[in-house]
Ligand binder design. Structure first.
Ligand code: TK8
Length: 349
């Protein structure tokens, strides 16, 4: 009993010391000497993502770290965590709301559980290509959506790219709508995705990305959908035999910061955060496009069978999901949907 009390008080002491170190009153071990030259203020950003350290998402995060640490002269340091070490998209976003984590870069699909308007990007076959997506996301309506995150205690600083999503599975080559029939497909935690896959005839299950590899391996689900870069770099080819170029959705990432942390920064520092998030995003988009271009071949080299979706089959898919889109327009917000469609039209002129 006495021993237990001692252990507990030691833990408490360590916790208090740690809290003190983070408060910025003293130069913490993370801030080190550099921070002393900045009036002793030292702040640490814990930045976590879902994908692994080979993925452009992580390289983008390292770029963010480099820019922030250089521009703030070490007054702010960035600790990076990949592979869901800090949690999945949803739980990391919640940690930002609570102020126990400072940065994460989730897909917009799970973010729609926080701000429903983000589901506009879950409309299947919305963007024709990456360039149009850039224009819309970096333009007025995209930035308006980022503003809406503030009411959720989140600051959206920029869009990065996850990319066009393609289907893999372990059962059969998928070329037409019929081939979706009964396929157990993992979707992101997003209602529109779930209903869209039901409309295609599949049997979808929502699941956090961190559980996906094991679920594929154990056969809990037959398939999943993600951009080629993720399929290759996360080694899904080890547990999946077929890949089809469904390209059914363009998935953006959002660079998120905890609002309570952001509000505690000086105006200068806030500006640096925005610039770094935008700059790192440009870099990440470039790397990601190169990756998606080259990894379809790599997947085939690893033994996956590639099946092309015919234009007729794609038309059928578009038709099948149309009623789902209509059903969700109200929930997303008609105004947002209209604005995004208009912006896409404009961007193609
Ligand atoms: C990574 C996720 C992932 C997404 C998914 O955290 O869940 O399938 O595509 O990349 O955001």
């Amino acid at each position: 009993m006495k021993k237990l009390a001692m252990v507990l008080s030691t833990i408490l002491l360590i916790a208090m010391l740690a809290a003190c170190g983070n408060s910025g009153e003293k130069a913490s071990s993370n801030g080190g000497d550099e921070s002393a030259s900045n009036g002793g203020e030292s702040k640490v950003i814990k930045a976590g993502i879902g994908l692994n350290d080979q993925h452009p998402q992580y390289k983008g995060l390292l770029k963010f770290k480099e820019i922030v640490e250089e521009k703030t002269d070490g007054a702010i340091t960035v600790e990076t965590y990949h592979s869901g070490q800090l949690g999945d998209d949803r739980s990391m976003t919640e940690a930002l709301q609570l102020g126990t984590q400072e940065v994460t870069v989730p897909s917009t699909a799970p973010l729609a559980n926080f701000v429903p308007e983000f589901s506009v990007f879950d409309i299947p076959f919305l963007f024709p290509n990456e360039e149009v997506a850039d224009t819309v996301l970096d333009g007025e309506v995209g930035q308006e959506l980022l503003q809406k995150l503030e009411s959720q205690n989140l600051v959206g600083l920029s869009y990065w790219e996850n990319g066009f999503r393609d289907l893999t599975n372990s059962e059969r080559a998928v070329a037409t709508m019929e081939d979706f029939d009964g396929l157990k497909i993992r979707t992101m935690e997003n209602d529109l995705h779930l209903d869209a896959f039901k409309a295609l005839g599949a049997n979808p299950t929502p699941m956090a990305f961190t559980e996906l590899f094991t679920a594929l391996q154990q056969g809990t689900v037959d398939g999943q959908e993600n951009p080629y870069a993720t399929i290759y770099l996360q080694k899904f080819y080890e547990v999946q035999n077929h890949v089809s170029n469904t390209h059914h959705i363009y998935s953006p990432f959002v660079f998120l910061m905890s609002k309570s942390f952001y509000d505690g920064l000086t105006e200068d520092q806030q500006k640096i955060m925005k610039e770094a998030a935008v700059e790192a995003g440009k870099y990440e988009r470039k790397l990601n496009r190169e990756a998606n271009d080259k990894y379809l071949q790599s997947l085939q080299d690893e033994g996956m069978e590639y099946t092309e979706i015919t234009p007729e089959a794609r038309e059928e898919m578009v038709k099948a999901v149309a009623p789902v889109i209509d059903e969700y327009k109200g929930q997303i917000g008609e105004e947002t949907v209209d604005k995004v469609y208009k912006a896409i039209e404009e961007a193609q002129k």
